[in-house]
Design a protein around this ligand. Structure first.
Ligand SMILES: NC(=O)c1ccc[n+]([C@@H]2O[C@H](COP(=O)([O-])OP(=O)(O)OC[C@H]3O[C@@H](n4cnc5c(N)ncnc54)[C@H](O)[C@@H]3O)[C@@H](O)[C@H]2O)c1
Length: 454
């Protein structure tokens, strides 16, 4: 490398270092996050993608959609499935005029690539801690997919390493950058306290029966390589989520997003968790983790208990996925699924009270016909048919992952504060990962405040 090129690299990296440090301390209003930087004011970021599978490709495509002006250059792709995912992604990036080098082993990538600014990690959960720590130590900012790790110890190492390195670590819980979620949590619940006293919370992710993932025989990875990277077979490699030691099962996969919303909106962490789960439908040999899980958390807010129920069912898709907050004055249902989010006022609460929030711009009033009090149906039925008369002024105007990735890159550039930094990610990881422990223990587990601290 020429001296000039080295100097240019150092200047750019030291600029990004100081900008990110400044960004870490910025307290910007949520609305300012996710803004698209103008090309003349941004610097290019050299990025590596680790894990070019389903989610790695979603994140890469999102970055490509953000356009060249956003200044992301893919310089490296690391994926152990060289003949398939790695090849596919390298080919696509080249079409978009990037010049990435391909690697199977992340250590070789970090050894050879000395001009990287950031890594996007979308490998199976059990690789996250090791790869994140190595990237942070090598001086890269990291966007790591949820769940942070398949173990609490792994997640803790990630937080420690982010602190030691002074680099940014964003966890891929994209709802944290979604304007609808920010509006519901920060404005409607915390600021307006529109639901009154929240008594109960309810969340679910139900999806239909799905066959195990297969792969073309022709592109199978050889046994030695599979074992080198912690997989016993191609089945395990493709379906790692179901295996102990590799993923955390559906409760961690799905609950990771949604139980985080419980903590965020209630502005605290739970006191206890109890749970029941089992492999009720699939073959236990290939599905070591529970296919159905139901968990109950107890939160203490202002010396009062809020009970929160969460379920994930993998054999029936009834009502899909959402999080629901129930207060004595209203109900908020929020979801990434379009058409699911809604807010309801309890009948006894005077409409005038919520009209104030409409005037202040917290809610929109919709055209729905107001519920008639002469209706003679039972109270239970009336509650369930209560029309939505309010709507939300904030909605995601870009794909969810784009908002969260933009927040990450803008934070590197010192223009935003991370929406899901390591410490927040850790609290939710502890909250979620202990559900599996509670199932195994068959009793209520209490959290200690120190469980959530690193
Ligand atoms: N935020 C979201 O909404 C969301 C959605 C889906 C998945 N995810 C997360 O993304 C991650 C990946 O999930 P997925 O569905 O894409 O899995 P996947 O199995 O489709 O892809 C994983 C990829 O990682 C590669 N890989 C495995 N071990 C590796 C290693 N040691 N080094 C480099 N590459 C390796 C595999 O070859 C594969 O291409 C998981 O942590 C998952 O929880 C997040």
């Amino acid at each position: 490398m020429s001296n000039q090129k080295i100097k240019k690299g150092i200047d750019r990296r030291s600029f990004l270092r100081s900008a990110a440090a400044a960004g870490a301390g910025l307290a910007l209003a949520p609305k300012s996050f996710g803004m698209k930087a103008k090309s003349k004011t941004t610097d290019e970021l050299n990025v590596a993608l680790l894990g070019a599978g389903t989610q790695g490709q979603v994140l890469m495509d999102t970055c490509l959609k953000m356009g060249r002006d956003f200044g992301i250059r893919f310089k490296a792709v690391c994926d152990i499935w060289e003949g398939w995912n790695q090849k596919k992604v390298l080919r696509k990036l080249k079409i978009y005029d990037h010049e990435p080098a391909g690697y199977a082993d992340y250590r070789e990538m970090l050894d050879k690539e000395k001009d990287l600014d950031a890594a996007i990690i979308a490998t199976p959960d059990f690789w996250h801690a090791e790869q994140t720590v190595a990237c942070l130590k090598a001086g890269l900012h990291v966007y790591c997919e949820k769940e942070m790790s398949n173990s609490i110890e792994g997640a803790k190492k990630m937080v420690e390493s982010a602190k030691e390195s002074g680099k940014l670590l964003q966890i891929g819980r994209q709802r944290r950058s979604n304007p609808l979620y920010i509006h519901c949590g920060d404005k409607l619940i915390k600021d307006a306290k529109i639901l009154g006293r929240i008594i109960a919370v309810n969340g679910q992710w139900n999806h239909p029966v799905r066959p195990d993932l297969g792969s073309p025989k022709k592109y199978a990875i050889d046994q030695a390589t599979l074992e080198k990277y912690g997989f016993k077979s191609m089945h395990q490699f493709r379906n790692w989520r179901w295996y102990k030691g590799l993923g955390g099962g559906p409760i961690v996969d799905r609950g990771s997003h949604q139980i985080d919303i419980f903590n965020w909106f209630l502005d605290t962490v739970p006191k206890s968790v109890m749970a029941s789960g089992g492999t009720d439908y699939y073959d236990k040999k290939n599905h070591q983790w529970y296919d159905n899980v139901m968990a109950i958390y107890e939160y203490e807010v202002g010396q009062r208990t809020i009970r929160a129920f969460y379920q994930t069912i993998t054999t029936n898709s009834s009502q899909g996925h959402f999080e629901k907050f129930m207060g004595n004055e209203g109900t908020l249902i929020v979801s990434e699924a379009s058409g699911t989010s809604a807010i309801y006022r309890e009948e006894w609460v005077p409409a005038m009270k919520w009209d104030e929030w409409v005037k202040k711009g917290y809610l929109n009033k919709t055209e729905a016909t107001p519920h008639s009090s002469d209706d003679d149906s039972s109270l239970e039925v009336r509650a369930s048919v209560l029309p939505t008369t309010y709507d939300f002024p904030e909605k995601a105007d870009k794909p969810y992952h784009q908002l969260h990735l933009e927040n990450f890159f803008n934070a590197i550039r010192g223009k935003a504060k991370l929406n899901c930094p390591a410490e927040i990610g850790y609290k939710s990881a502890v909250t979620v990962l202990r559900v599996n422990e509670a199932v195994a223990a068959g009793r209520k587990l209490n959290f200690k405040p120190e469980d959530f601290k690193v």
